[in-house]
Ligand binder design. Structure first.
Ligand SMILES: Nc1ncnc2c1ncn2[C@@H]1O[C@H](COP(=O)(O)OP(=O)(O)O)[C@@H](O)[C@H]1O
Ligand SMILES: [Mg+2]
Length: 262
């Protein structure tokens, strides 16, 4: 029998809804519109790891690490000590302005490094998405090994949109699968953040089919007031809550309103 080890999320009520959190070694998708609380959820997960002496890695693809730290600095659960030597939470800047992309030395990889994404049929040039993903995956795999990383947050996967493959969904799904499966093979527990384009209830990259769980965050307007809700729409191997639950973001981060009565 496989033993399911649970990895706590840093949000106690979310753990209670999911038999103790994410299953160790799985890839977990957090989706929702801009401002829904996705990045904050990812930070709860990483800081929780830091408290437990489990090292974390944030792969910043859109908002640069310094801005994420600045915005999170007021949260009671956020502790800057984990972000300085010897870091318990590492951040890699893969934003379009990020140093990892502009510093050629930081991206060197050897010819022996395994080609993780098959770019069959697609020009394999310096500016292609497979090349980008291959390089960042290689970089990530080294950091995970060197720093003994157990928790990874990818914020967000939508960086794939910087590359235009039109409507070649098959190709986009294939490389998204390759990327996420290869990260999972590093033996880490991953939170992948994603925004579905407006009006679409399925993604371009098929990440909802690949990942082991999906947490939907949403904002509703009820009588002129913004209400935040969370729903676990999928969690493989878990008897999870199926309710739509109200939550709030306060100086303590994400907390559930009146969890006993939901
Ligand atoms: N201290 C705070 N108190 C209350 N709400 C906050 C606080 N800090 C941030 N927020 C809310 O969190 C939102 C940002 O959450 P974030 O996780 O960055 O969203 P995203 O889903 O886009 O990643 C802000 O738009 C704001 O509504
Ligand atoms: Mg965000």
């Amino acid at each position: 029998m496989f033993e399911k080890i649970r990895v706590t999320t840093g949000i106690p009520y979310l753990d209670a809804l999911t038999q103790g959190g994410f299953i160790k070694g799985t890839t977990n998708l957090v989706i929702g519109p801009a401002g829904a609380g996705k990045t904050i959820l990812g930070l709860h997960f990483l800081l929780e790891g830091a408290h437990r002496n489990e090292n974390g890695l944030l792969i910043a693809m859109q908002e640069p690490p310094w801005a994420i730290r600045r915005d999170a600095s007021n949260f009671s659960f956020f502790d800057h000590k984990y972000f300085v030597e010897p870091e318990k939470v590492l951040m890699l800047d893969f934003t379009p302005s990020g140093w990892e992309l502009w510093d050629p030395d930081s991206l060197t990889y050897t010819d022996e490094s395994e080609m993780m994404i098959d770019a069959e049929g697609v020009p394999y040039d310096e500016t292609s998405l497979p090349t980008f993903l291959h390089r960042i995956f290689y970089h990530i795999s080294q950091v995970v090994e060197e720093k003994k990383i157990e928790r990874v947050v990818i914020d967000p996967l939508a960086a794939f949109q910087f590359y235009d493959y039109g409507n070649d969904f098959g190709f986009l799904r294939k490389i998204t699968t390759g990327f996420l499966v290869n990260i999972a093979a590093l033996n880490v527990t991953t939170v992948a953040i994603s925004e579905f384009p407006g009006g679409m209830d399925y993604s371009k990259y098929g990440e909802e089919y690949i990942t082991d769980s999906i947490i939907n965050l949403d904002m509703l307007s009820v009588r002129g007031e913004m209400i935040r809700v969370l729903r676990i729409s999928k969690m493989r191997g878990t008897n999870h809550s199926t309710k739509t639950l109200r939550f709030a973001i306060t100086n303590n981060g994400i907390s559930f309103l009146d969890p006993e009565n939901d």
